[in-house]
Write a protein that binds this ligand. Structure first.
Ligand SMILES: Cc1cc2nc3c(=O)[nH]c(=O)nc-3n(C[C@H](O)[C@H](O)[C@H](O)COP(=O)(O)OP(=O)(O)OC[C@H]3O[C@@H](n4cnc5c(N)ncnc54)[C@H](O)[C@@H]3O)c2cc1C
Length: 406
């Protein structure tokens, strides 16, 4: 089988890459190992992520599916006090900030919508597991070997191989990228589920509940009945409790923060209680001749301010531009035609790393920045406007605070 681009992974990053490539006139094939719909965590979108979903043509379908509409993020401090609020806002061409909305999504439905959208546009989606890259004599990637779900082994020849395999980090395991390094929030456990019967606010915003450093919870409405709730804490704390995941979850949601307690008095579980740990990592070199990684396949900082989907679809768009340029023969750096893509992606991810580091190291100063001193810069960061030519004053101030406490 021959194509211009083979994409490993049919999650939001892989599906969006395929659709952006098609808009640029580039053929691709997506390989996805799991039958959809499948459970996935990561349910709250940034404003710019919502915009990309609209740009891909899914606005009407998102509205028909009645995904909860998010207007912003409320962060409740310890004891339910010292709240701060960051609204979802877009920037007009003249720089004015205008209130807008984005969505909360049940990932089984959302991911299926995107992958079905790719199929409906004529993009082939193979159900199977990518096993390994295929190389030519000088070790340049020229394809991928796949085991289809019916057992057949298929070789896909391509000009570019895109890794959108999420935390499976396919190309890292194949030894093509630099090593996988631990992120700043590596030693954490997230325990989460979906519940029915929670007390809801009038607007379906994302609520974050702070207990103490690195110990927090989320509340993300998914439809009229169901809310996603997660508790994140250091691994040692989780281990000390010696509870089953379910007992731990049900106790924590009652104890973490009074603002959460009052919302979960009579809840019942609508999903299994699941856990994920050690999810924070970084692969610094994730591009080369014939390949690149997007989204979780090269980095995941931390879930607190909901940037995973954002990176997956933003990097999908950046990658498809870089690939279209490369295939047209216009890339300047032929040694690594995706070096500029890597630099831009890293620049954006580093901005969010600084945002999250500042929040955990200086929560009170962060709240002042968000409320008054750098309000607009914080709104831009939370929205995902992170690829500007130079860092904003607010981002520089956050970096200075983080560096001063090193
Ligand atoms: C606790 C927690 C909470 C989170 N909360 C949020 C949130 O509120 N908002 C948010 O935006 N993000 C959140 N995230 C992050 C979000 O889940 C991810 O960043 C996002 O799903 C990344 O998308 P992706 O397309 O890169 O990867 P994925 O969505 O993981 O998709 C990768 C796909 O590749 C497939 N695949 C893997 N290996 C192979 C292979 N060898 N062959 C074929 N297919 C393969 C997988 O089956 C999968 O479908 C959270 C993450 C965690 C850990």
């Amino acid at each position: 089988m021959k194509t211009q681009v083979a994409i490993v992974g049919g999650g939001p990053g892989g599906a969006a890459t395929a659709m952006f490539l098609q808009q640029a006139g580039v053929q691709s094939v997506v390989v996805e190992k799991d039958p959809f719909p499948r459970f996935h965590i990561g349910e709250s979108m940034t404003g710019e992520c919502g915009k990309i979903v609209r740009d891909l043509g899914f606005e009407e379908e998102m509205l028909q599916r009645r995904h909860p509409v998010k207007q912003g993020v409320n962060v409740y401090g310890p004891g339910g006090k010292n709240t701060f609020w960051v609204p979802v806002m877009r920037r007009e061409d003249d720089g004015e900030l205008i209130a807008t909305t984005t969505w909360q999504v049940r990932r089984s439905e959302f991911d299926q919508m995107l992958l079905d959208g790719a199929k409906e546009r004529g993009i082939p989606v193979l159900q199977g597991q990518a096993l390994e890259p295929i190389y030519d004599e000088d070790r340049t990637v020229r394809g991928v070997r796949v085991k289809l779900n019916d057992g057949e082994i298929k070789e896909i020849e391509c000009d570019v191989l895109v890794d959108a395999s999420g935390p499976s980090t396919f190309l890292n395991k194949a030894g093509l990228t630099s090593k996988k390094e631990r992120g700043n929030y590596d030693n954490q456990v997230a325990v989460f589920s979906h519940v029915k019967g929670a007390l809801r606010d009038e607007v379906d915003n994302t609520l974050i509940f702070y207990r103490q450093k690195n110990h927090w919870g989320w509340f993300i409405p998914l439809d009229d009945d169901v809310v996603s709730i997660g508790i994140v804490a250091p691994s040692e704390y989780f281990a000390e409790k010696q509870e089953s995941k379910q007992d731990y979850f049900l106790r924590e949601i009652q104890e973490l923060n009074p603002q959460l307690t009052k919302r979960v008095k009579d809840v019942t579980l609508a999903e299994d209680v699941r856990a994920v740990s050690n999810y924070s990592y970084e692969i610094k070199d994730f591009t080369g001749k014939g390949y690149l990684c997007i989204g979780d396949s090269h980095r995941f900082v931390d879930p607190i301010f909901s940037f995973g989907l954002h990176f997956a679809v933003s990097e999908a768009r950046l990658a498809s531009c870089a690939i279209a340029t490369y295939l047209s023969g216009e890339s300047e750096d032929q040694e690594n035609p995706f070096a500029a893509f890597q630099e831009t992606s890293t620049y954006g991810q580093d901005a969010i790393q600084s945002l999250v580091d500042c929040f955990w190291q200086h929560p009170f100063a962060f709240a002042v920045f968000a409320h008054s001193r750098y309000k607009e810069d914080v709104i831009d960061l939370f929205a995902g406007r992170i690829y500007a030519d130079k860092p904003s004053r607010g981002l520089i101030a956050m970096r200075n605070m983080v560096n001063s406490s090193r």
